[in-house]
Design a protein around this ligand. Sequence first.
Ligand SMILES: Cc1cc2nc3c(=O)[nH]c(=O)nc-3n(C[C@H](O)[C@H](O)[C@H](O)COP(=O)(O)OP(=O)(O)OC[C@H]3O[C@@H](n4cnc5c(N)ncnc54)[C@H](O)[C@@H]3O)c2cc1C
Length: 443
Amino acid sequence: MSKIIIIGGGLAGLAAAYRLSDEHHVIIVEKNDVIGGMALSYHIDEHTDGHVNGHNADYYIEKYYHHFFSSDTELMGLIDELGLAGRLQWIKGTTGYYWSGRAYPMNTPLEILKFPPMSMLDIFRLSMLVLRTKLVRDVRSYDDMTAGEWILKIAGSGVYNNFFQPLLNSKFGSNADRVSAAWLLGRVKIRSDRGAEGERLGYMRGGFHHLIAALADSIREKGGRIITGNGVVEILMEEERVSGVKLEEGTLSCDTVISTVPPVTLASLVEPGIPGFDPGAINYQGTCCALLGMSKPLMTDGTYWLNIKADVPFGALIEHTNFMPASDYAGEHLLYIASYFQDYDDPLYTWSEDEVIGIFLDGLEKLYPDFDRSAILWWELGRDPLTAPVYETGYAERILPYRTGVDGLYLAGMFSEANYPERSMNGSVRAGYDAAEAVVHGV
Ligand SMILES: Cc1cc2nc3c(=O)[nH]c(=O)nc-3n(C[C@H](O)[C@H](O)[C@H](O)COP(=O)(O)OP(=O)(O)OC[C@H]3O[C@@H](n4cnc5c(N)ncnc54)[C@H](O)[C@@H]3O)c2cc1C
């Protein structure tokens, strides 16, 4: 029985611990007070600001919008194994595109045909692009070409300028021109898997909090330990192999470490470094995402996901309660305002929470002049600088292996093979399993 320390209590760390804790002594160390990482949830109850005494709210909602796809088999298998299959739901996730002063539904071929900036020829070319994508077997072979180059080549400038470019800009900002066609093909493949009626997306009734909680319970039942609110500050070595970790408070010894933190964070934990490991090889970007609890809906046409081309400081609005019923959330309407940032000096990261919420609400009023601020019951602002790798050209070469050049040090996370060419909950669960296998077999 080895003693294994897992750095990070997100899905990759939890999945690895879930697999390893049957046979090994496992400790997860999470720097935050709560586990879940990017998939953690807020607990909204009567103590949340904005709830008047006696208001009966008591529910969980993800800090960042989450759903999954029918191809996410690892995640569904895990949900099933944990006895949570009854919570799985497949729901129509309606999408729209805000352009030139109004929102256009984009769910059916007919609705897409009516999207004004695109000519009939552009729509035809877009359909051809989607069909062509479906025929691509190995998206990795498109890793060296940018998404922009590929769209221009296959579908022309009308499709690029009026459809894809605003989406790429809002998702990747100043990195948009560097993102690979492999990433785009991966996204189009998943998202185009919809019938004439529109796409169905997976969600767990009551939220992914139930998955995180069930994983933690199972790990503890098998004898594993989860330490929260105490980050790892150094991975300790003896005779060139891992011997333990130093925490903000205390030290733990072990034979093996699985790190699930981003590469730049890992580099700061290992002295003098990991042979052959370049922490700068994979760029990450940050997310700034507000969540509003409201007494009435914003998008009254029932849109779940609205992409936006307009001069506002966010790229998408995601109205969760146009996806799951508001009755699951004490009758409250939940709206995410989503934005990504590329630099630590971006105002979305450096400004105070009140300032950011202020510019977000100004932006909402610009898009929806009838928006009523007094409908906001409470808000939360989630900001993290390292929330997703930027899938630039050449990324496939930089994917980090599960086993490192340091004896006893393994890696699993958003930077792993399982999360190429897009990170997801499914990818991190698989990365956790793969790292667990690598530890067991020493490969
Ligand atoms: C805005 C947003 C929307 C998303 N939407 C979806 C979606 O719809 N569908 C989907 O499938 N996926 C989605 N994802 C992706 C998904 O959430 C992630 O891929 C997945 O949760 C990542 O899990 P992970 O364990 O690899 O990494 P993380 O969740 O980042 O876990 C790493 C953990 O390490 C901890 N940590 C960092 N430093 C230290 C330290 N020094 N010591 C100890 N602990 C440390 C962190 O606090 C964190 O908990 C979304 C992500 C974001 C940000």
